[in-house]
Design a protein around this ligand. Structure first.
Ligand SMILES: C[S@@+](CC[C@H](N)C(=O)[O-])C[C@H]1O[C@@H](n2cnc3c(N)ncnc32)[C@H](O)[C@@H]1O
Length: 237
């Protein structure tokens, strides 16, 4: 009797863990994840890869370089490494444009190796594979244009000692993780942004915009990805 109920429990548990994250193929063919416990997607279902380019490359790092042409190197901080897609897209941008980028990304719940194998894009170069394979908490040069340091820690607890030129604020949405969009968390990210630095997110919620505006920064609503009317971009004065 004990054995039977234990086995039953184990099956449910495995089933539960399996259900926590599901791989999805988004409309542009790129992969993403759906977190069933949060009822939340990691990227837009309309196109994970294209959304990343729109929000974080075009409106983030590329915007920063265009407005700071004298700068030779850009330090990026990403909140939420997740599947590593933003890191991959940013590395490709750095190499295509021959711009030097140092990428820092924090993640509290790294994917397991098997989840990563399932979710990473096919046909990666060896240096792109290293985005996924590289160990946590060590900075690694992946090419002459791109280095990465993946930090395994909780954003709320992490003690930042450096500043960044561009911040990718890629937290789960407000309904799934409201604390990420409240004063304390947002202020912490603005505090580590350099002057003339660019902070971007896919989110356009007016409550979030109002909190950001209280920090004496320039907050702009800019066109969001595809049907999403708006997203937010902040410049630090
Ligand atoms: C929207 S996903 C990020 C997607 C990711 N940028 C990508 O390209 O795949 C949000 C991420 O934030 C992570 N996260 C949630 N709470 C966190 C915390 N307190 N500290 C660090 N990361 C956290 C989640 O585990 C998740 O991977």
């Amino acid at each position: 009797m004990f054995k039977t109920s234990y086995q039953k429990h184990k099956i449910i548990k495995i089933h539960f863990l399996y259900l926590m994250k599901e791989k999805i193929i988004t409309d542009d063919g790129s992969f993403s994840l759906y977190d069933t416990s949060l009822n939340e997607y990691y990227h837009s279902k309309k196109g994970a890869y294209s959304e990343s380019i729109h929000v974080y490359i075009n409106n983030g790092v590329d915007y920063w370089f265009k407005n700071n042409p004298e700068k030779k190197i850009c330090r990026i901080f990403e909140l939420g490494f997740g599947t590593g897609l933003n890191a991959l897209v940013t590395k490709r941008y750095a190499e295509e444009n021959k711009l030097k980028l140092k990428y820092f990304s924090i993640e509290k719940y790294p994917l397991t190796n098997s989840q990563t194998q399932l979710i990473k894009p096919k046909c990666l170069s060896i240096s792109e594979e290293n985005i996924y394979n590289s160990s946590w908490n060590h900075e690694l040069n992946l090419s002459s244009f791109f280095s990465i340091k993946k930090i395994h820690d909780d954003y709320f607890k992490f003690n930042f000692i450096e500043n960044y030129d561009v911040i990718f604020y890629d937290a789960f949405a407000f309904h799934a993780q409201p604390l990420m969009w409240k004063n304390e968390a947002l202020k912490k990210s603005i505090n580590i942004l350099n002057k003339k630095g660019v902070w971007v997110t896919y989110c356009s919620k007016s409550d979030v915009r109002r909190v950001l505006e209280s920090f004496n920064v320039d907050v702009k609503k800019v066109p969001g990805f595809l049907q999403k009317r708006e997203m937010l971009r902040v410049i630090k004065n």
